[in-house]
Structures are given as structure tokens and as C-alpha cells.
Design a protein around this ligand. Sequence first.
Ligand SMILES: Cc1ncc(COP(=O)(O)O)c(C=O)c1O
Length: 230
Amino acid sequence: MKTIYLDNAATSFPKPEGVSAAMKTYMDEIGATINRSVYGSAQDAGLVTLQLRERLKKLFHFPEPVTHVILTPGATWGLNMVIKGFLKSGDHCIVSSMEHNAVMRPLLQLEGVAFDRIPCNQEGLLNPDHVETLIRPNTKLLVMAHGSNVCGSVQDAKAVGEICSRHGIAFVLDAAQTAGHIPVDFEEFHLSALVVPGHKGLLGPSGIGALLMTDSFAKAISPIIAGGTG
Ligand SMILES: Cc1ncc(COP(=O)(O)O)c(C=O)c1O
């Protein structure tokens, strides 16, 4: 019996041919870690990651330097970094009512941070005009899933971004379900940060993702993980 894989919202399958081959080559023939060692193979591996970050910058029309394209272990990681690193006790945050647990659970863990959900209609779409009615003097952040992992609705990120920009609210887009499928434009959407996984529409393996942040947003977040440069 032929099996047809339909679970691409969870993770894409099959991956393009070169993906496992590239991972095998790295494990069997390179093995060195980047940004930690200075011999040839470590520097070659570093160059590969630099090229990847350059490609992500281009794909998402990211206007800031490639130093602000951060590779993460996945979208959940990036969302935790921005939510827990940016929001402080006393802040207010707005989210859509279509958020993934990767947004809702970190938000619920934060003490003293209030949030409101933008309602969505039966098609799973929010009305950007509703955002303005939820803004409070202490609203610092709006986090929104671009595409829903449940019903596939795609929000108007440009309209929401324009409102955030007008009110000086940081805007983080969770493009877990749209990156690699439909255009995601950092500049056009007025983003402060963009979070993407590698293992869905970008057709990469599990365990990799990216976080792209403006310089001012990056300076406003406290690191939730600390350690060596590697
Ligand atoms: C909308 C949305 N956000 C975040 C995530 C988490 O992504 P990751 O598996 O890369 O941590 C998913 C995964 O299903 C998702 O659908």
C-alpha cells in the first residue's frame, strides 16, 4: 500500500534529497563546531552557517546586518527568547486568539505580565482594526501567528504591523506555518522580530530554526540562555 504523508503542518516530509546527505557529510567528514575553533574545517563550517544566514536575510527581506540573523533550535526556542527576554513585570502584551502553545505557555509563565487576545472569526481571521481597541498605555509587544497550524488561516501581517509601528509597539511574527510557503517580508510587515522553524516549509531537519531581530529589539531583550561563544 502506498502511504501519502499529509502531516506537513507538523513537519515537512519527505525532505529534499540533499538534506540528509549534507547532514551525513557534516557528521562523517567535518564534525567541527563553529565560532569556537580556528582550524580549517571549523572555519569552513562557519562559512556554511554564514551563507545560510545570508540566504535567510534575503528570503525574508531583512534590512539589518546578517549578525542579527540568529540560528536557534526551532521556533519554540525563538519565541521563548523574545517573549521571556523582552516582557517585564507590569507590561501588557497582545496576541491573536490563534496562537500556538509555543507563544501561550511562555506568556503564561511570566509573572506580572497581562495579555489580551485579538478575537478571530469563524474562518480563523482577525480584524486588524480590533488591535487598536486592545492597546493600553503599557502595551509593549504584539505576538501573532502568521498562519494557523489548526485551520490554515493567514493573518494580514502588514496591516497589524502598521498599527504596531504607529503605536510604538514591538511586533513579533511567528511564521512557523508560512515561512517557505508564502512571502514573509520583514520590512513590509514592520517587524521587530521574525521567528521561523527549519523543519516545516523551509524543508530542513528538526532541531533548527531562526530568529531575525532589529538592532533596537535585540538590545531590548535579556538573554534567557548564557554560555560560551560556540
Ligand atoms: C504556529 C506555530 N508556532 C510555533 C510552532 C513551534 O515550532 P517548532 O516545532 O519549530 O518549535 C509550531 C509548530 O507546529 C507552529 O505551528
